[in-house]
Design a protein around this ligand. Structure first.
Ligand code: FMN
Length: 335
């Protein structure tokens, strides 16, 4: 797919998720078939640039290109500065977050709260496009609430500012994560758009990707929660879209090795102490729904060191694989 001046492997994108889409997770998803992975959002508050967290979020060493970095904030000048800073740190695409309803973001009137103020949206987009000498993309929800679905006006503002692509999460800000994503609004946006539109929200399987692409006409899909602990979902979707056939689910042994590799990258990226902490949620996602996993997760969450965490993961997965004389698929064990 051609996207913002880059040729991507496909039109399957990893949605930006704060606390999840760090560099190790983005790399893993790209290796498993994602065409693009957007970073966790980086605050536009320059006072925080010195923090370890912000520095880590701006670290793209060795990342599969193109590197797309999301910025969030409500002040046009600060957003422009944040864009320049991240381009200097290696961002090849700047993505603007007007799609996240998280309190921390909305309290300072950023993320999806901005959709209320279209004039301000225009000023932010103009300032960032002017400041960044790389393509700029935008992520929005369908509107502020059900009575104010202004995705179409935002599309027009975005196009006239020179935004190169628009990702739409099919919910209003007020909807949080409840209800089914409304794909008809995304279809309406796509019908009017001169820039690529990316459909997002509740996409959980290869079949659903096909249904959403057919229903919306979108150029790409963006997947968030369904990729947590399941980075191979991109491989499954890519195969299904190419052949119409479903790949067999991965076997426990493969998942064990994938998780092992993911953990090694987390420890390396964050250091031992933070790495063990960050790894806990990923381990929990990988083992969700598996026999005995609730007890395992409870025990694993108490373990303070890399050695203890790895030993527990190994014991859990080897125990699963030993349940029979053949290797199970993850789906059989979850059944
Ligand atoms: C843990 C978490 C963190 C998120 N952080 C961000 C963020 O930093 N920026 C953003 O634009 N959206 C963020 N989102 C929203 C997702 O990008 C996506 O729009 C939403 O989860 C719907 O897609 P899904 O149904 O595939 O998960 C976040 C979602 C989750 C679950």
């Amino acid at each position: 797919m051609q996207f913002a001046g880059y040729t991507l492997r496909n039109n399957l994108f990893v949605a930006p998720m704060a606390g999840v889409t760090d560099r190790p997770f983005r790399q893993l998803c790209k290796r498993m078939g994602a065409g693009l992975a957007v970073s966790e959002m980086v605050t536009s508050n320059s006072l925080l640039y010195g923090s370890a967290k912000t520095k880590r979020r701006a670290n793209h060493e060795g990342e599969v290109q193109p590197v797309s970095v999301q910025i969030a904030g409500a002040d046009p000048a600060m957003m422009a500065q944040a864009a320049r800073y991240n381009v200097d740190q290696g961002a090849q695409i700047i993505d603007i977050n007007m799609g996240c309803p998280a309190k921390k973001v909305c309290n300072v009137m950023a993320g999806s709260a901005l959709l209320q103020d279209e004039a301000l949206v225009g000023r932010i987009l103009d300032a960032v496009v002017r400041a960044a000498d790389v393509p700029v993309t935008l992520k929005i929800r369908t509107g502020w609430d059900k009575a104010h679905r202004n995705a179409l006006s935002i599309l027009k503002i975005a196009e006239s500012a020179g935004i190169r692509a628009l990702a739409v999460h099919g919910r209003t800000r007020a909807c949080g994560y409840s209800g089914e994503a409304e794909y008809d609004t995304i279809a309406a946006v796509k019908a009017e758009a001169r820039i690529p539109v990316i459909a997002n929200g509740d996409i959980t399987s290869p079949e659903k990707v096909k249904r959403v692409l057919d229903a919306t006409g979108a150029d790409a899909v963006m997947i968030g929660r369904a990729a947590q602990g399941r980075p191979w979902i991109f491989r499954e979707i890519e195969h299904f879209l190419a052949t119409g056939e479903k790949l067999p689910a991965p076997r426990v042994e493969e998942i064990h090795q994938l998780l092992r590799g993911h953990l090694a990258e987390l420890y390396d990226f964050y250091g031992a102490e933070t790495g063990v902490r960050v790894a806990r949620k990923h381990i929990s996602w990988y083992t969700r729904g598996l026999a005995g996993s609730a007890h395992f997760r409870h025990a694993m969450n108490q373990l303070p060191t890399i050695g203890a965490q790895l030993a527990a993961v190994d014991a859990f997965f080897l125990g699963l694989a030993a349940q029979n004389d053949r290797l199970y698929t993850i789906e059989e064990l979850a059944a």
